[in-house]
Design a protein around this ligand. Structure first.
Ligand SMILES: [Fe+2]
Length: 331
């Protein structure tokens, strides 16, 4: 049964993404996805989607490698923040409090058991539109851009991990997120694990990294308005030379309609439409899939692309060779 602490986290707030091809990645997010750049600090551009109430959701940082930096999660209250910080500190994974930065108040930094850097915060700045992006309706964060993919908001993040069980237990028992679905491996343990913070069917996901590396990034997803927008996103990516890895198609697990692409820096980005599916039952039991059920493929039968468990960022040595071998059927 759900307990009060299951509602301590509000939502995924922002993600730092590293790219070795900064200008091309910026072009992808700003011009193709239709995000707006709201700040530039050092080697980082801060970008936002049009219907986000906070100042930014993506911090794009020029780097020698690709991969994910710190992920920010907002709590539902200052008390919830204190509760979760106390729980994290008990695990020894806490790094301490960090000073406020663009759009976000003080935050508590920590790492998950696989070494992914994260932070929790409550204080935030509401985005104030200016003459360029003032919306027609006052209940909308900023004007609909009407160009490119028109990504509406950041939706979820999926981390690769060397130990799905350890990461999943941390999110269930320390972060107090609720499980929505998971893949049980024949040999014991889990191959992937999905967590939800509220009624959306997932916000945080961990998947098995077949390379065995720690702390890698699988993808994050933007939510466009509709399933049709995901199809259009595929056409727009095709026209712009963006590598399409998989989809458009419908997931079996959690049933979102998806498209996966690699942005110019090599990081996997998803456009995912959740359609009307929400989990309203606060005590909804976790849905468990066997390896055999998973092997049947996605919702309508197409097999999962093999690079899903090999391609991650930062790249491992021989990443291209590993991805190629996976596509040919061996790993
Ligand atoms: Fe996803």
């Amino acid at each position: 049964m759900a307990v009060a602490e299951n509602f301590d986290l509000a939502h995924l707030g922002a993600i730092e993404l590293f790219t070795p091809r900064f200008e091309e990645s910026l072009h992808f997010f700003r011009d193709i996805c239709a995000m707006r750049e709201v700040a530039r600090v050092g080697d980082s551009a801060y970008l936002r989607c049009w219907d986000e109430y906070q100042v930014y959701s993506l911090k794009l940082t020029a780097s020698e490698t690709n991969g994910v930096g710190r992920t920010l999660y907002r709590t539902t209250s200052p008390e919830a923040l204190e509760r979760r910080v106390a729980a994290i500190e008990k695990t020894g994974l806490g790094h301490g409090w960090r000073e406020p930065e663009v759009g976000v108040g003080r935050s508590f930094e920590f790492e998950d058991p696989d070494g992914h850097l994260m932070a929790l915060y409550y204080d935030t700045e509401q985005y104030v539109p200016d003459d360029e992006d003032r919306p027609a309706l006052k209940n909308q964060a900023s004007a609909y851009p009407g160009r490119g993919i028109n990504t509406r908001r950041l939706d979820h993040i999926n981390y690769l991990t060397s130990d799905v069980d350890a990461a999943g237990e941390f999110w269930r028992d320390v972060m107090m997120a609720r499980e929505s679905e998971r893949v049980k491996l024949d040999g014991g343990g889990y191959g992937a694990w999905w967590f939800r913070l509220h009624q959306k069917s997932y916000d945080v996901v961990y998947s098995d990294d077949w390379t065995g590396e720690r702390g890698r990034f699988h993808h994050f997803a933007f939510a466009p308005d509709s399933r049709e927008d995901v199809l259009k996103a595929a056409d727009i990516c095709l026209e712009n030379g963006i590598h399409i890895e998989y989809g458009p198609y419908k997931h079996a697990i959690n049933q979102t309609f998806f498209l996966y692409v690699w942005e110019p820096g090599g990081n996997r980005i998803e456009f995912a439409n959740a359609q009307a599916r929400l989990i309203l039952d606060p005590d909804s039991p976790v849905v468990e899939w066997s390896q055999a059920e998973r092997a049947k493929g996605q919702a309508w039968g197409m097999k999962t692309v093999p690079t899903f468990h090999t391609h991650g960022t930062p790249y491992v040595e021989n990443q291209e060779e590993i991805d190629r071998r996976a596509m040919e059927g061996g790993h």
